[in-house]
Design a protein around this ligand. Structure first.
Ligand SMILES: [Zn+2]
Length: 105
């Protein structure tokens, strides 16, 4: 094998190692991009939390409002009373995020 052939064979093996890693690196890149998108959504929610808190009203008319939906997404969602037997108890649930909370007046 000539020096040129030997060097070319080594170059081919080095290139093959890079190509072999490409699939794993592409997968890793997609995972990191998904994590970045998740972090960005948390940052966006965090930036809006104070504005949502300023807009939040715990009660409108006879209905309490879900604090989680209000702060996380700026949504105005009523908390519905959970029936205890056939009467209304002190527990409430949000139909959107499923938050359950006990409220005593
Ligand atoms: Zn909710």
């Amino acid at each position: 094998m000539s020096p040129e052939e030997k060097l070319h064979e080594l170059a081919t093996r080095i290139a093959d190692r890079h190509l072999d890693r490409m699939g794993a690196l592409e997968r890793e890149k997609r995972e990191v991009e998904a994590q970045l998108a998740q972090i960005q959504s948390y940052l966006d929610a965090a930036k809006l939390a104070n504005d949502h808190l300023a807009d939040y009203k715990a009660r409108v008319g006879e209905k309490y409002r879900c604090p989680r939906c209000a702060i996380d997404r700026g949504n105005k969602v009523a908390l519905n009373p959970i029936l205890s037997g056939d009467k209304i108890g002190n527990r409430f649930r949000c139909k959107e995020c499923q938050l359950e909370i006990e409220l005593r007046s």
